[in-house]
Write a new protein. Structure first.
Length: 288
């Protein structure tokens, strides 16, 4: 690797889509009818993904996975799926996994299992899992135990913020202000705030980003041309921001299309390199 690291897209949805609930799959398929079969195949074939990454000049990607039985249809086997998929290219494919605090009987043990498997980041999705990110303050003890064990073991946690369009998702749980509690109560926990609260709570997202040194902003799911509209002071905190696309979720054109739109923004080249190259590698180092 050269002194200038390659580009990391820290948020793409390579998941066992064959397990999607029908109504969720219908939403996911909209606008992708002409290449839906290829996308389903992609979920089974890491070589196909690596070809896309090579074509689009993306070095690494984060494979977002988390159990969400009630909304999406994914159970705990999604964790094994991500780890097995990443085995095809450990340097380039970063497996994410999760523990659903509503369904676990051993929060610490399941976090340890993720670590043993090789999971690199834990994903919490409040609108899809059915609780706010600070639900441990209101009795969901297992969630606090998950955060605590991740803090102790140095496992980063990505938390979805913002809305969700999938049937049954509880978008009210996507307010980034809930991360204020998490950052206070677990000050050594590395928190990646996915999506920056879009499209409703960008001010709240920027507030908690500025306030807490352990919170980082991950830009996926935001139309790249709107990033500076949503976060006009983004350059002030560029050292705390990482790139992601949310591909191939609804509305996301492609890995390279979104990246090129971001790179065309009126930002210093140093800022663009921090966000797309340097910061992601610092938060989740290479393990090739």
């Amino acid at each position: 690797m050269t002194d200038r690291p390659g580009i990391t897209d820290l948020h793409i949805h390579i998941q066992p889509w064959r397990d999607l609930k029908k109504d969720v799959a219908d939403v996911m398929r909209k606008g992708k009818e002409d290449h839906w079969d290829w996308l389903i195949t992609l979920m089974d074939d890491p070589k196909a993904l690596l070809e896309v990454m090579d074509r689009d000049k993306i070095w690494r990607v984060g494979l977002i996975n988390y159990p969400s039985q009630d909304i999406m249809g994914f159970d705990d086997s999604t964790n094994e799926f991500a780890v097995k998929y990443a085995e095809a290219a450990p340097e380039r494919l970063i497996p994410f996994g999760g523990v659903n605090p509503l369904h676990t009987h051993d929060p610490e043990g399941q976090v340890e299992e993720l670590l043993h498997m090789g999971t690199r980041c834990l994903k919490i999705h409040p609108p899809h899992q059915g609780f706010p990110a600070n639900a441990y303050t209101a009795g969901l003890e297992a969630l606090g135990r998950i955060y605590k064990r991740c803090e102790e073991r140095g496992l980063p946690v990505m938390i979805h913020t913002g809305t969700s369009i999938f049937p049954g998702a509880r978008s009210k749980f996507g307010n980034p202000m809930e991360l204020d509690d998490v950052a206070i109560d677990f000050p050594e926990l590395t928190i990646l705030m996915a999506h920056g609260g879009r499209p409703l709570w960008m001010d709240e997202a920027f507030f908690v980003l500025r306030r807490h040194p352990n919170i980082h902003l991950e830009l996926s799911g935001i139309p790249p041309r709107k990033i500076l509209e949503y976060f006009p002071r983004l350059p002030d905190l560029a050292s705390k921001v990482v790139w992601g696309t949310d591909w191939p979720s609804p509305g996301v054109k492609g890995l390279r299309t979104n990246l090129d739109q971001f790179l065309s923004l009126d930002l210093p080249d140093e800022t663009k390199d921090l966000i797309t190259r340097t910061n992601p590698l610092s938060l989740i180092p290479n393990r090739g």
